[in-house]
Write a protein that binds this ligand. Sequence first.
Ligand code: UD1
Length: 466
Amino acid sequence: MTADVNTIRQRLAAYGQEHVLRWWHELDEARRACLLEQLESIDLDLLCRLCQEAPASFPSGRVEPAPVTRLADSFEAWQEAEEAADLGETSLRGGEVAILMVAGGQGTRLGHAGPKGTFPIGPVTQRSLFQIHCQKVLALSRRYQQPLPLCIMTSPDNDAATREFFAEHNNFGLEPGQVRFFVQGTMPVVDAKSKKLLLADKGQLALSPNGHGGVVEALARAGLMDQLRSQGVRRFFYFQVDNPLVKVADPVFLGQHLKRRAEMSLKVVAKTVPEERLGVVVRRDDRLHVIEYSDLPEEWARRRDRSGRLQFWAGSIAIHVFELEFLDRLARTSALPYHRALKCVPYVNERGELVRPTQANAIKFERFVFDALPLAERALVLETDRRQEFEPLKNPSGENSPDTVRQALSNLYADWLQAAGTIVPLTPTGDSLFPIEIAPLFACDAEELRGKRGVPAKVTGPLVLE
Ligand code: UD1
């Protein structure tokens, strides 16, 4: 039942936040009800604690590079990968794996109206990020004769548009019950100096998505942990919507995770330059951690070993396997910490005017899913080859932009074609000369492509294999 405004006012006053009711007398019934609902759902105690705590800093203690299972570079390592693939495939065939995609972001930074997943990225057909991911899930469901559940985390800003996009495209061929959307939580935004709650308008708090770490509690709140567990799901394959190269449900990765009896696993690539914007995996006092690039001191980022290699080289590409019971434990104990981010956030001032600041004025609170790593009893870090698996879409131009992502997709497909015996013209730097696209339903990997009819002997121009 909704508490009355006086009770809420008292509660707010105890935390010095009663200013958010300043315009109460001007609000109509509907807006009053909305504001009360928002105010009831926020945890003022937590917020107060977060505002008082010193911001998290670079971890103290003995920090060293993390132990990483390196790329298979010997016959033994290759044999081990083959064994792991068998284990991973058994888990997939047995219906033990659900796919978990975080897609809470908007395409604003890319100049694209709508959810980031709707961005057209196929090098030739312009198929969307969502289409590429979903068709991989469909292809693998057919391969393993098991409809792999696909859980998609949206945010309040893009949930409706995401569902609409899926409905328009008929779920990209996935069964309706196979796709489960759930919305991530939000956190109130506070003024950076006064730590007072900000109002987005006179009857609404300024809220922001609580980070991809919000996935843990959002999954539980949506009842998905219980539903999936009762369906026989034991683990999640997790990735971010922005990387169309991801090897969804990679059986070798799943198998290595299983062999290690890990609660959480993650993939890394070797960082190319110290300033590359990747979280770095380190070991501190016998626990593994990911240190976000913005928290890694420059001197550490630049440090090299005797052979000239970056000492902290293992960049997280945000591809994980999580045991369901591990995530459930984290959800029940609300274990992930909050990080603060200083941002520009529009707000209504005490005169009732909307202010659009040009400098960072507010603190947003976010959780990062990789903070689960030190909480895992056993964890595995596996190196992978960037060219085969990682080029995320982050910027409108320059690095990690539509151009580089399309080129990376063409290069990946060029490698598959070459492995299948096709002659593929490359530039002197090894890039595919022509845009190439292989639909996941045609082939999901090099091995599958090798056995297919319709593969050309030579690439002579833009190529699509559907
Ligand atoms: C992220 C990682 C970084 C990693 C890199 C790999 C963080 C804080 N850092 O950096 O360690 O090396 O990716 O590409 O994540 N998302 C939500 N809800 C949110 C926030 C994000 O769903 O509240 C999703 C977005 O849709 C996006 C993904 O998480 O797909 C990554 O978020 P983003 O803010 O782009 O992180 P990066 O700074 O790129």
